[in-house]
Design a protein around this ligand. Structure first.
Ligand code: NAD
Length: 477
């Protein structure tokens, strides 16, 4: 039984436990304790005690940063064990799980290096005053995490929260909560003060809602679906606390007539078939100049044929293998959306093969009409929509024509023309000639229903602090 962790101790679930299944086999691999509302309350009390004790926030930032980096060291030292566990509970290929573990370690390294490099200002007010600002940690950062990247999402936002002196309560996802216990183990390894890190799993509507609406948290960071994001934002508004929302997407690349199709195909491989397409910033729409459509179709069919869909939990080296989706429900949802699209007149350009057992779904490419339901809906699976265009204003209108605005892309060799489009795309990030270009250093987040606030990069540090101004009237000498 995997327990929950708060106040420096492991706890059974006040709401019992759940069976965690391996989605590639459907077999139960472990039990996970499930937090009750009372457990959430106890975790918040332990976190509040740590805030009031001020050991973590009052520590010299260089020392705190070193401890945050030690979290990353723990993930690096135990990368194979953690990645194997993650692969088993999520259906990811082992090489994808290793990328996630390494990414998590990298976030802790990056944010650990920012602790003593993040400071307020001195504001000149003339001889009669000294005035300065301090960036005070908000206190308790509640972090509600989705199942698609249960480790990396925590590294991304908890790394920044801890670096500036907040304490964190992580609500791990129900479908793949097992590997999240390593955050508690890492905190023990790094010698964190009691109460600074809590990790608990619980049902979203019970423990998640109790945490998001708890009157004694200071901030909530939510990564997940639009519907849940809306309820988390309401709970935060009720308590008048800040909230960061990283929600869904239906991200598009505009492919200009002068695009390099090799770069585009490479981006399709990683952009929509990595993580079996269960990525918020997936390349889920290719809006392609009509003159390139035939050649792109041929190339994308070759790619889809080359992708093997299989249990890849033992495949360590990066390869053209795609794992399973997270659950039969997610697989069926993707299948139903594709069927509905075909019924509405979409054309199947390519579809691979997938095992019939487990939660596998094959890589799928559809030619669709702008405005059709699948062109507007986040599938969260390995499904690419292709939409041809003739003029760039039309391409922009299609790209910007969904409720989402997470990321976008442009492919083309005329960089001026690409930048012209990039400036007009309504999205928090635009990739030019490589999907997922950037790194832990580059700000990430959405506009419209993709949410608000930015994670990653130095900008994210400001999510976790309040600026305090201290103004001092000096005595005349
Ligand atoms: P979800 O909204 O169902 O669940 C996310 C988390 O919220 C889980 O931990 C869940 O237990 C919890 N939750 C559920 N109901 C809750 C409630 N009422 N109050 C508080 N917490 C609650 O989302 P999901 O299905 O796990 O994840 C898929 C979605 O997440 C997709 O839409 C995807 O695009 C999005 N996502 C976004 C990003 C990003 O950075 N923008 C990253 C990953 C995933």
């Amino acid at each position: 039984m995997h327990k929950n962790y708060w106040g420096g101790a492991w706890h059974d679930g006040g709401a019992g436990f759940i069976d965690v299944e391996n989605p590639t086999t459907g077999k139960v691999i472990a039990q996970q304790a499930i937090a009750s509302v009372e457990d959430v309350d106890a975790a918040v009390r332990a976190a509040r005690a740590a805030v009031e004790q001020r050991e973590w926030s009052g520590m010299r930032p260089g020392d705190r940063g070193r401890m945050v980096r030690k979290l990353g060291e723990y993930f690096t030292l135990n990368r194979m064990e953690i990645a194997s566990e993650l692969a088993a509970e999520s259906g990811k290929p082992l090489f994808e799980a290793l990328i996630e573990v390494d990414g998590t370690a990298r976030y802790f390294e990056y944010y650990g290096c920012q602790s003593d490099n993040f400071q307020g200002d001195s504001i000149p007010l003339g001889d009669a005053y000294i005035d300065f600002t301090e960036l005070e940690p908000l206190g308790i950062s509640a972090q509600i995490i989705p199942w698609n990247y249960p480790l990396e999402m925590v590294g991304r936002s908890v790394g920044a929260a801890l670096a500036v002196g907040c304490v964190a309560i992580i609500k791990s996802p129900e479908l793949d909560p097992l590997s999240s216990r390593h955050f508690a183990l890492a905190a023990e390894y790094a010698g964190f003060p009691v109460g600074v890190m809590a990790v608990l799993c619980g049902e979203g509507a019970v423990a998640g809602a109790a945490l998001a609406g708890h009157p004694d948290i200071d901030q909530v960071v939510f990564t997940g679906s639009v519907a849940t994001g809306r309820s988390v934002a309401k709970a935060a508004a009720e308590n008048l606390i800040p909230c960061v929302l990283e929600l869904g997407g239906k991200s598009a690349a505009i492919v200009r007539k002068d695009a390099d199709l090799d770069l585009l195909i490479e981006s399709v491989r990683w952009g929509v078939f990595f993580g079996a397409g269960q990525v918020c910033s997936a390349l889920s729409r290719v809006i392609i100049h009509e003159d390139l459509l035939l050649e792109f179709n041929e190339r994308v069919c070759e790619l889809v044929d080359a992708i093997e869909v299989a249990d890849a939990s033992g495949i360590e080296r990066e390869s053209l293998v795609m794992g399973s989706m997270i659950s039969p429900q997610q697989r069926d949802r993707a299948a139903n959306l594709v069927q509905q699209a075909l019924d509405e007149g979409a054309v199947m350009l390519a579809q691979g093969k997938a095992p019939t057992q487990g939660s596998f779904y094959p890589p799928t490419v559809l030619q669709v009409k702008a405005g059709s339901s699948i062109e507007q809906t986040e599938v969260f699976g390995p499904v690419l929509c292709v939409i041809p265009y003739s003029g760039e204003d039309e391409a922009l209108a299609i790209a910007n024509g969904t409720d989402y605005g997470l990321v976008s892309g442009v492919f083309g060799q005329d960089i001026n023309a690409c930048l012209y489009l990039a400036r007009r795309l309504r999205a928090g990030q635009v990739f030019i000639n490589e999907w997922f270009a950037g790194g832990v250093e580059t700000p990430f987040g959405g506009v419209k229903q993709s949410g608000y606030g930015r994670e990653k990069g130095r900008e994210a540090l400001f999510n976790y602090v309040a600026t305090k101004n201290i103004a001092v009237r000096l005595r005349k000498q």
